[in-house]
Design a protein around this ligand. Sequence first.
Ligand code: MRU
Length: 353
Amino acid sequence: MKLKIPEAIRWSGDDLFLLDQTRLPLEVVEEKQETIQQVWDSIKQLKVRGAPAIGISAAYGLLIGIRDSLDQPFDVFIKRVEEQAAYLDGARPTAVNLHWAMTRMVNVSRRSGITATKELYALLEKEAKAIDSEDKFLCQKLGEIGGALIKPGMGVLTHCNAGAIATSGLGTALAAMYVAAEKGVPFKVFADETRPLLQGARLTSWELQQAGIDVTLITDNMAGHLMSKGLIDMVIVGTDRVAANGDVANKIGTMSVAILANYFNIPFYVSCPSSTIDFKTASGDDIEIEERNGEEVTSFGNKRTAPEGIQTRNPAFDVTPNRLVTGLITEKGIVTAPYKENLIKMFPNHQSV
Ligand code: MRU
């Protein structure tokens, strides 16, 4: 079966176009990114979101931020590359892919040996395209490896959106579903709504419905009930950062799903390209969790749902302890506990950032 897969990021050779994910599923609109500030805002406001997608967008966004300096002396230009990369890197803290992509771009310029601005720009464009196409490849691999876990008749729960629009390919968690569906395996997906920003309702259910995959939307507080009724056989989620010990940062609510899955003896898998593994972060305690504006909690679809002046907390991510993770689906295979040892065995040459 050939599936309809959406595309979130498009580089025309000169211009960057991002699918505005804040308008989905009501409007499918691509927005041209005119300035680096606009790219920063698009990342901050979640017009583009999902760990791999923000890294790729920032890599192209950096090109937009340095091209007005091509006529500057080379030392000024290279300083500009570093400043603009640091600027984009600051847009969101939790997903390591953003930092990873910016470090990779800066390292390429430092190590190139090039001394002409236009030549360095061409090299950086090549690197951004490489980050983009490598991600496509990683997604395909994650899909093949994760897809093999999905057996006929299964109910698979996912949280947030780790789909095609969170990457440049098939997604990470949803890649498994796309590949299984392409092979004709019959299964059901349950998508958690994912409050407060509804990535499950707005994005995952949209993506999977478009692809013709059997998807059922539930609110976040329904997952335990469905598990207790035997409707969920497996959970697959994505991740924003996996620490060296296998602790997993992902969208807020993921840890609650993992605890439920553990209680009901349901396998809990995390689909994780190597670009999301951070060997420099020892454990989940060391991962910075983005805290977002409380208005996201006091409103629903732009309508106020809480009293004026109410106190809020709005952590955008949580950390699932490694002991609740059945396996990390990586492009090289499934990594299981003990994670610290097995991750390094699987990725001995990982370029930590
Ligand atoms: O705040 P978001 O929408 O960027 O959060 C996204 C997630 O938590 C995803 O699960 C994660 O980035 C993996 S995307 C392949």
